[in-house]
Design a protein around this ligand. Structure first.
Ligand SMILES: NC(=O)c1ccc[n+]([C@@H]2O[C@H](COP(=O)([O-])OP(=O)(O)OC[C@H]3O[C@@H](n4cnc5c(N)ncnc54)[C@H](OP(=O)(O)O)[C@@H]3O)[C@@H](O)[C@H]2O)c1
Length: 320
């Protein structure tokens, strides 16, 4: 199977966690252009990305960059957005407005529409309404594929069945998946269901917000927010052994720690969505297309990852 890596754009417009600054938009344009040149053919965004009055910023920036992209290049990539199931977006038409807004911001390039998180904990019916809403839009002639996110194995099975009653199929499921992700047992059950049903499994936060890239031997300080710095401080010590292991493999291979962590995702047949905002990060991660982890390296990473008891926080809306 051909290796696939997606570009994640949560940080594009997010001040609170990622310290987004409009003055860096040119870096984002360069990131986008380089990604397309280097074979990243899936870009993930969401209608909720962008903090405060920057809401929708990630989609708007992509829309702007897409305007300057040739028709043939545009055809060769997929833009995936996620619609947020806010409690007020209810009923079989509850997502129409949001869908049309995303389509507008993205300048009519929208290939996959995903439910951002499961509503099982506060309004279990809303997921079905969302799916019915998307099926209706497809029946009306809009052209896109359907995806889910933050969904557990039980819920996933029942939603696959629900869609098949409408003669529709799921394209993708995106779940937090990295060497530090929580509930890896559950995530692997989701992966198995995806494999059985020919659904793409998208691994989000594959670098654990960048924690896996911190050099274990240096006291690196990234330009970041109070929130992200606090998180990094909290995780530095408990993840030391894992980062040492990543660095050892990286040095043996003459690659970066980030590449090793992303290849751990690819080894398992997932499609990592890597959050990137600099051209240099694209250049680095594009090297993952050129090499694979071997079995010994993978098993070593598994062992050290399992020993690391401090895991990333799980999404509170993730379902069973
Ligand atoms: N469905 C959901 O609920 C959900 C939740 C979270 C994320 N996602 C999706 O998944 C995407 C990725 O996840 P994420 O953004 O949370 O985090 P991530 O991919 O785990 O980490 C991203 C951070 O890692 C650092 N990084 C990236 N490439 C690097 C490289 N080559 N070398 C060193 N550092 C590197 C960058 O930090 P600096 O820029 O600071 O250097 C970057 O911002 C998101 O953008 C979004 O599309 C979905």
């Amino acid at each position: 199977m051909k290796k696939k890596i997606g570009l994640g754009t949560w940080s594009w417009g997010n001040k609170l966690f990622w310290n987004y600054q409009t003055r860096n938009d040119n870096d984002l344009r360069e990131t986008f252009d380089e990604a397309l040149k280097r074979g990243f053919d899936l870009i993930d965004t969401a209608d909720s990305y962008g903090t405060g009055n920057l809401n929708g910023r990630s989609e708007s920036l992509l829309g702007e960059f897409l305007l300057d992209t040739s028709f043939s290049r545009k055809k060769s990539i997929q833009i995936a957005t996620k619609l947020a199931p806010y409690p007020w977006r209810i009923g079989n038409k509850g997502f129409n407005k949001a869908f049309l807004k995303s389509l507008e911001r993205l300048n009519n390039k929208l290939d996959i529409v995903q439910l951002h998180w499961s509503t099982a904990k506060y309004n279990p019916w809303q997921e079905l309404q969302f799916l019915n809403n998307l099926c209706d839009l497809l029946d009306q002639g809009f052209n896109f594929q359907i995806g889910l996110s933050n969904i557990g194995p039980q819920r996933l099975q029942s939603l696959i069945q629900h869609l098949s009653k409408r003669n529709k199929k799921l394209k993708s499921v995106q779940i937090q998946f990295s060497l530090l992700a929580p509930d890896l047992l559950k995530q692997n059950q989701v992966k198995k269901i995806c494999d059985e049903n020919d659904i793409d499994f998208l691994a989000y936060s594959p670098l654990s917000f960048g924690i896996l890239c911190i050099d274990p031997d240096k006291d690196e300080n990234r330009e970041s927010t109070i929130l992200r710095n606090a998180l990094f401080e909290n995780y530095k010590k408990p993840t030391y052994e894992l980062r040492r292991c990543l660095k050892r493999i990286a040095n043996q291979r003459s690659v970066s720690q980030a590449q090793v962590a992303i290849n751990w995702c690819c080894y398992q047949g997932t499609i990592p969505l890597v959050g990137m905002r600099k051209r240099s990060q694209i250049l680095d991660i594009s090297n993952v297309f050129k090499w694979n982890l071997n079995k010994i390296e993978f098993e070593l990473l598994q062992k050290v990852s399992n020993r690391c008891l401090k895991r990333m926080p799980s999404n509170p809306f993730s379902s069973v």
